[in-house]
Design a protein around this ligand. Structure first.
Ligand SMILES: *Cc1c(COP(=O)(O)O)cnc(C)c1O
Length: 395
């Protein structure tokens, strides 16, 4: 009897690790070394000629297991892990784009990606064109002969709108342009952009994949040839954004329970979204698996569940949002997402505070003053709903 190919849950625990190669340790050992010693000069030369395992910025056995496992879970040929999600985005754009090239991005993006595309890339002669990618015809109109890459998130931070990966990839590929998707909000447990036509997937491993808020990390997964450009000749070596082996270990540990956690995050978020929608102080709720979500049908085609991210606005607006946040007793006021703890943030308050440092700090396109972003954690849904209600009831 031939065994069927192992399922996602099984591969998330086992893929890419052979205990016999590591003195039978059941857990992936943490290799804390900066360099590798060889028995002879000839051996050292041979390794260097192969593109070499000479130094820990280039190669580490612990991070290699994480790379192979993530690539497998995304259905990719190869993967690269780096120090953070921003390091992954930086490595990708600085390796694949050059002076004079054009990068098309969705008009709404994670705030630090906005800073990178607005403040950094133009200084290096890379033109960034924001487009509303919910209209693929707008993409066709924006592409020029200098366009190299289309980049977007789905679900989109912070509104949890959904973009159609297949439709965008079809337009981009018709013009010979590559497509990269930041799939951080979904994780490979809920969505596989490569199977839908994307060329590259990017993750902030800091979020759901690690899942416990105790390590930073980033990943890029895709075809071997592209990953070779990023990995062997690309900017990890040059910028030095290597992932710590200890962080790789923590992320591998989190990854084992990814499917279980994403199920509970999604169930909790749907229950919380419904409770918020029913509260008289709430003006609107955006959660991809709510029937009232504008992209609900697309979300159900593209994702197996809705994930744990939702956004909502109060009738009492900006000030109401601040008052409500201060009344919460269980849900933590914090940026980041994907942890066991529920985390809530008010982007407009943070942006106003940042304006004292940088006058040009601004909210991403499509994000209102009233918007609250909630990362629904793994606590009991009833406890989360109770906390939200007691904070809303007095508004
Ligand atoms: C957090 C985040 C990033 C950046 O990742 P870091 O690990 O914090 O550098 C990029 N994209 C999205 C959607 C994120 O949520």
């Amino acid at each position: 009897m031939t065994h069927p190919a192992p399922a996602f849950e099984t591969r998330a625990i086992h893929h890419g690790y052979v205990a016999a190669d590591h003195r039978r340790s059941v857990q992936t050992p943490v290799y804390l070394n900066a360099t590798y010693g060889y028995d002879s000069v000839a051996e050292n030369d041979a390794e260097a000629a192969l593109g070499g395992r000479l130094y820990a910025r280039e190669y580490n056995p612990t991070t290699e297991v994480l790379e192979q496992r993530l690539a497998n879970l995304e259905g990719a040929e190869a993967g690269l892990v780096v120090a953070s999600g921003m390091a992954a985005f930086g490595t990708m754009v600085l390796s694949l784009l050059s002076q004079g090239d054009q990068l098309i991005v969705h008009q709404t993006l994670y705030s630090n990606t906005v800073a990178m595309v607005e403040q950094a890339l133009p200084r290096f002669g890379i033109e960034v064109v924001p487009v509303d990618l919910s209209r693929p015809e707008a993409l066709a109109a924006a592409i020029t002969e200098r366009t190299r890459l289309v980049f977007f998130e789905t679900p989109v931070n912070p509104l949890a709108r959904i973009l159609d990966i297949s439709a965008i990839a079809e337009v981009a590929h018709a013009h010979g342009v590559m497509v990269a998707v930041d799939s951080t909000f979904a994780s490979p447990a809920l969505q596989r952009p490569l199977a839908l036509g994307a060329d590259l997937v990017m993750h902030s491993l800091t979020k759901y994949i690690c899942g416990h808020g105790d390590a930073l990390g980033g990943a890029i997964l895709g075809e071997k040839a592209t990953l070779h450009r990023l990995h062997e000749t690309g900017l990890r070596y040059i910028t030095g954004a290597a992932l710590s082996p200890l962080s790789a270990f923590l992320i591998l540990r989190g990854l084992k329970t990814l499917s279980l956690r994403m199920e509970r995050h999604s169930d909790n978020a749907l229950a919380v979204a419904r409770a918020l929608e029913a509260h008289p102080a709430v003006d609107w709720v955006s959660y991809p698996f709510l029937d009232t979500h504008p992209d609900a049908a697309l979300a159900r085609r593209q994702m197996t569940r809705g994930s744990g991210m939702l956004a909502f606005g109060l009738k009492a607006g900006f000030e109401g949002a601040r008052q409500m946040l201060d009344r919460l007793q269980l849900i933590t006021r914090a940026v980041s997402l994907g942890d066991a703890e529920s985390l809530i943030m008010h982007p407009a308050s943070l942006t106003r505070a940042r304006q004292s440092l940088r006058e040009d700090a601004h909210l991403a396109t499509g994000v209102g003053d009233e918007l609250l972003r909630l990362s629904v954690g793994l606590e009991a849904a009833d406890d989360l709903i109770f906390d939200l209600r007691q904070a809303l009831d007095t508004l």
